[in-house]
Design a protein around this ligand. Structure first.
Ligand code: G3H
Ligand code: ZN
Length: 285
């Protein structure tokens, strides 16, 4: 069943777990997310970046996302990840997404508030939830690149003002994670998560969560993180399995034989994350 971001994160917040938000880039990934959610009975967020939408086409992404939501008996959110373009966000709303992210984090606070407010007004008028970001998360995701010098942690007081003024439903925070593959070992600022959570009334979102050790993710959830974004670890499972298969079977031509093991490998990775996030058996009817 298709639900809003607000609804799914309120349930996670109340029941002290985090919903996994997994990036979908092709059919095999979508099936892996759906299979893992169904098997573990986990509420799930299926999210597409603007890059994924450009690659697959919005009609395909929206249709497959909605199909999953109607096919599996767990709550599913169809979400736009890191929306930076007004027209793109509107297109997702028109195509039936139940949640969108407006990422205006590269702008100064005032401008971020102004742009976010505009999206909140439109999205809320048609029952769609909104995630926004404050602070700058390092690393690279599709066309968004933030180098180490530019990355800035979220200021708790600014976060409070931002949420009060914009009316967003969830807030992505910069607390030590980064997008893509980590160069060193990620270190999360748990005190900062706790402070932001004490000042802010909406659930908090952790981006760049691939490659973060599991005890840290569990601790982050206990401090107030309710949505955890995973993309890179799914990509690694996909390419690892495809590379291994083609090395062993260099003459195989059938895409189903090449991609089948990759789909299975991604399903296993996603199930493992769901266990860590505490979302298994949290699905409600
Ligand atoms: O928005 C998507 C996630 O933040 C991806 O993070 O690169 O660590 O998987 P990741
Ligand atoms: Zn992200």
């Amino acid at each position: 069943m298709l639900v809003t971001g607000k609804e799914i994160l309120a349930h996670a917040d109340k029941n002290k777990y985090a919903v996994g938000a997994f990036n979908m880039n092709n059919m095999e990934i979508i099936q892996a997310i759906a299979g893992a959610a169904q098997e573990t009975q986990s509420p799930v967020i299926m999210q597409a970046s603007q890059g994924a939408i450009k690659y697959a086409g919005i009609e395909y992404i929206a249709a497959m996302g909605k199909l999953v939501a109607s096919k599996i008996d767990v709550p599913v959110v169809l979400h736009l990840d890191h929306g930076t373009d007004f027209e793109e966000i509107m297109a997702c709303i028109r195509h039936g997404f139940s949640s969108v992210m407006i990422d205006a984090s590269k702008y100064p606070l005032d401008k971020n508030i102004e742009l976010t407010k505009e999206i909140v007004k439109i999205a809320h008028s048609v029952g769609v939830s909104v995630e926004a970001e404050i602070g700058k998360i390092g690393g690279t995701e599709d066309n968004i690149s933030v180098d180490d010098a530019e990355a800035t942690y979220t200021d708790p007081e600014e976060a409070r003002i931002f949420v009060e003024e914009t009316g967003v439903d969830s807030l992505a925070v910069a607390v030590g994670t980064a997008h893509g593959v980590y160069k060193g070992v990620p270190k999360l600022d748990f005190d900062r998560i706790e402070k932001i959570n004490a000042l802010v009334s909406v659930p908090l979102v952790l981006h760049g969560s691939s490659g973060v050790d599991y005890p840290s993710l569990e601790k982050a959830i206990s401090k107030g993180i309710a949505k955890i974004n995973i993309d890179t670890d799914i990509r690694a499972a996909f390419s690892g399995a495809v590379n291994a298969f083609t090395r062993e079977n260099p003459n195989e031509l059938d895409p189903r034989k090449i991609l089948g093991p990759a789909r299975q490998a991604m399903t296993e990775v996603i199930k493992e994350k769901m266990e860590v996030f505490g979302s298994c058996h949290q699905a409600w009817k």
